[in-house]
Structure formats: C-alpha cells, structure tokens
Design a binder for this molecule. Structure first.
Ligand code: GLN
Length: 487
C-alpha cells in the first residue's frame, strides 16, 4: 500500500470517502512530513489548530455522505493569497506578521469544496522572480537536487508537491510562475485563461497578468482543483470573466487522434539546451504515437516578450506596491524624521532589492516623457504578440514547447545578474502577455538528472483541451509518477 503522500489527489479523495483514512489523519501526515522536511524551506507558516479544525469539519461532511470530489483533501496555498487563519506575507518583510481579515476568493472556494489548508508556501517576494531566491524568508531547495533552485515565483508550491509535503498546492502565474517551477520540480501545473479565476485576495503584482492556478502531480489532479478555483467573481474582481465554472474532469479521456500540435520554431531555436531539446523532441514523438499531428508554427515576436513583459509588469507593480507605505499597509520604520522620511525608510526597509529595482523601472517607464517611448510601445507589441498566437492557432489546436530553456540552475548561480533570470522566462512570457491558458507537465530528465517540463498553450478557454492532452500523455508515460530520492 502506498504511503499517503504517494497518492494522487484523486486516489486520496477516494480513500477519504471510503473512510479508509480520515481527513484529520491525512492532514496530520502531511504536517508531520512538512516539519520533518522543514529544511527545504517550502512552508512559511503552518497552524495545526486551524488545519485540524478544518479537517474535523471535513470528516463531518464525509460522515454525512457529502460526495463533493475534494472533501478532506489537504492542500497548501502560495503565500500570495491572503488567508484568515494564517499569516500572509507575499514573501516580503513588508508584510511580516500580517493577518488578513478575509480569505482570498480562490482560498474560500477551495475551502468550500472541502479542502483542508496545511499552511502557506514560500515564494519570491511579491511573486517577482524565477528562482525563489528573492524571498525575504530564504530560498527554497529543489528536492531533486537540494543545491538547485526550485524555480519561481511559486517555488514553495512546486517543492511542497514534488517532495510530498502536500498532495497539491495553489500557485499564481504572472509570467510563468506556475509553469516554470512545475517544470523545474517535475510536477504538473496549469494557469487558466486570464480572468477565469478571481484575483480577489491575491496580493497584486501585475494585475493585467496575474492569474491563479493549481499545481499537483497529474493533469487529472489539476483538473479536479481547477474546477473548484474557476468561476466569476463580479463583485470583487472587475476583470473576472462571466464564464461559469466547469467540471474539467469531464474533458479528460478524449482521443488525441488528429490533434494538431503546433511547435513554434522560435521555441526550439538556439538558446535551448541540448538536454531540454531532446526531452521535448521525445515528448513530441510520444504525442505523434498518440495520434497527434505535429505542425511547425511561428511566434515571430517571442524574443520581444522579454522587454515587453519587463516594462509592463514593473509598471503595474510600481502602482500596485504604492499602497505599502507604512501607513495604509505594511512595515513602518522605527526611526524617522518627517512624513517623507518615514515613507522612504519604511519602503527601503520593507522591500527587497529586486522589488525596489522593479518599482524604479516601473516608475521610470510610466513617467512623463518615457511613457510613450516605453510603456505605450510595450502595450502595442503586447497586442501583436497576442495576434501572433491567433495566427498560429489557425494552423494548430495546441502549442507545445519547453517551459524553460534549461533545467533548474544552481542556487546562487545567477548571482546579482537579474537579466539572467529575466532571459530564462522567454517561453512562458508570450502566453502570459496574450492572457492564454498554459500548462506544464513532466516530460523527462536532463542535465544532472533534473526534470524537464513540456509546456502546452491553448487558445482562450481551452483549459479542458490542454488538460486532456496532458492527461493522455500521462496515461502513456510515467514521468509524473517519478519521485526525487528520499522523498
Ligand atoms: N519570472 C517572472 C518575473 O519575475 C514571472 C513571475 C511570475 O509569474 N509571478 O516576473
């Protein structure tokens, strides 16, 4: 019999319903594992009392015959979602000790679905980063090789799932933060179409890009969670779309016969390391075996996604983070002179270096005289990038390629070179700028026996098609079942 942390969400839910294990026992199992592997740095906060209270309530729901699919399943949340029962820091000193009076919509919906919250997961400060090294609370270690980064910004979420410290977790993706850490940690993650999940209570980074999604071992598990996460939230998030929630598990199982898989030539160009390329080629061959047809497409502005994103995201961040001034929100300096001095000291002490860099870039590109030259230009190219995808989708049903050009790099390897991080985002940024749904699934191993992820991008509202394509691949392969040694 497999240990509880080796079960999928679907299998664990079944065991809970059959009363072979109680929600309290499941929660305790994962809390104990999380404590035993605290050295990975995945969790920022747990609250056993709150977790067990939720677990007891779930056991009552099960006892009364509640058949909802996720009742009693323990999950953990990226610390970018605000939560009543746990501190919410966004990985920043600015919010150290902050307690929200309410739960984010995504957290609330998952709780209503019966999940039990294990705790809050480490992430890059305000979700800005690709390695989790920007967290004010220390880096997270990749369980496949603890000398390596887990990816970011949802690094804690990816590690919690990969190391069996939670069956599933929430993440957020602004420019790749679900897909890239999923790729680096050998798990599955999906970011839905922009607007499908409510951003209410998600501490804002770049509002026109931020989107929540699940991270788990398999596409089937992601489908279960995504069904609970999506849905309109008109009173609380004006960008949430009026598209009803779906049961995404209904999309699983369809044949891939004739599915046109588009491979953008820019996604396999130079710059992609040989190990990643060969894993992706093998995955594509697997898809052909499953009946899919490979077609070459082009996303000619792929490279431009980097400067465009690193103008638009910091611009929005500079505006979003202005609320953290030591008065309205956030850390207040202990010693200061006048009001301006208090703002300056509070923000200099509360924000880490990368966040400060982005606030400066964002303020610059929005300022008079530079707005037209940078921000407006970037907005125009953003639209062209979205149009390029629509051209590509005339020739294919799903776009496929790597999630990142390499496997996870070593902790500290990019040192003080933020550009090295930015460049590694090249394959996730275009889909984000276009607001498209994207996912990442384990597709093999590369340098240092590290996981390689395959990215799948769909047209708007094609989450079901993506999940099915991922699910069929996972029925034919076992990469998503492999576990790092010792976990
Ligand atoms: N790595 C990107 C950044 O640093 C994306 C982060 C994200 O998706 N939250 O902004």
């Amino acid at each position: 019999m497999s240990a509880l942390h080796e079960l999928s969400v679907a299998a664990l839910a079944k065991k809970l319903k059959a009363k072979e294990v109680s929600a309290v026992e499941a929660a305790q199992h994962f809390l104990a594992r999380s404590a035993a592997h605290a050295g990975l740095g995945a969790y920022l906060a747990t609250n056993e009392e709150a977790t067990l209270a939720q677990a007891r309530a779930a056991d009552q729901r099960i006892a009364s015959g509640d058949a909802a699919p996720l009742v009693g399943v323990p999950i953990a949340h990226k610390d970018i979602f605000v939560t009543k029962d746990f501190p919410s820091t966004a990985g920043s000193k600015m919010l150290e000790g902050y307690r929200s009076p309410f739960d984010a919509t995504v957290v609330r919906k998952l709780a209503e679905a019966g999940t039990v919250t294990l705790g809050k997961l480490n992430c890059d400060e305000f979700a800005m980063g690709s390695s989790n090294e920007n967290s004010a609370y220390g880096p997270v270690k990749n369980p496949w090789d603890t000398r390596r980064i887990p990816g970011g910004s949802s690094g804690g979420s990816a590690v919690a799932v990969a190391a069996g410290l939670a069956p599933a977790a929430t993440g957020t993706d602004t420019g790749g933060s679900i897909r890239q850490p999923a790729s680096f940690c050998g798990i599955t993650g999906i970011k839905p179409t922009y607007g499908r999940a409510s951003r209410y209570g998600m501490i804002a980074y770049a509002s026109s890009l931020d989107q929540a999604g699940p991270m788990a071992r398999s596409a089937e598990d992601c489908a279960l969670l995504l069904s609970a996460i999506c849905g309109p939230d008109p009173d609380r998030d004006s960008t949430s779309l009026d598209v009803p929630a779906e049961d995404f598990t209904q999309a699983l199982g369809g044949s891939l016969e004739g599915l046109r898989i588009g491979v953008p030539k820019e996604f396999l160009a130079e710059g992609v390391s040989a190990d990643v390329r060969s894993a992706i080629e093998a995955a594509l061959a697997q898809y052909e075996k499953l009946g899919a047809k490979r077609v070459e497409v082009s996303l000619p502005r792929t490279e431009l996604a980097i400067p465009v994103y690193y103008i638009i995201a910091p611009a929005e961040a500079s505006s979003n983070l202005s609320r953290f001034d030591g008065v309205k929100f956030g850390h207040r300096a202990g010693q200061y002179g006048d009001l301006l001095d208090m703002y300056k000291k509070s923000r200099a002490e509360g924000f880490g270096l990368e966040v400060q860099r982005r606030i400066m870039v964002g303020t610059y590109v929005l300022s008079h005289g530079y707005y037209d030259a940078y921000y407006l230009q970037a907005q125009k190219i953003r639209r062209m990038i979205a149009d390029d995808f629509q051209q590509a989708f005339k020739q294919c049903d799903v776009i496929v390629g790597p999630a990142a050009p390499t496997v996870a790099w070593k902790l500290g390897e990019h040192g003080n070179d933020p550009l090295a991080d930015y460049l590694a985002d090249i394959f996730t940024l275009p889909g984000s700028l276009a607001g498209l749904p994207g996912m990442c699934i384990p597709a093999g191993f590369g340098e240092g026996s590290m996981p390689v992820g395959l990215q799948l991008i769909g047209n708007y509202f094609q989450e079901g098609r993506l999940l099915n394509a991922a699910h069929r691949f996972q029925q034919a392969t076992d990469f998503h079942l492999r576990r790092p040694e010792g976990f």
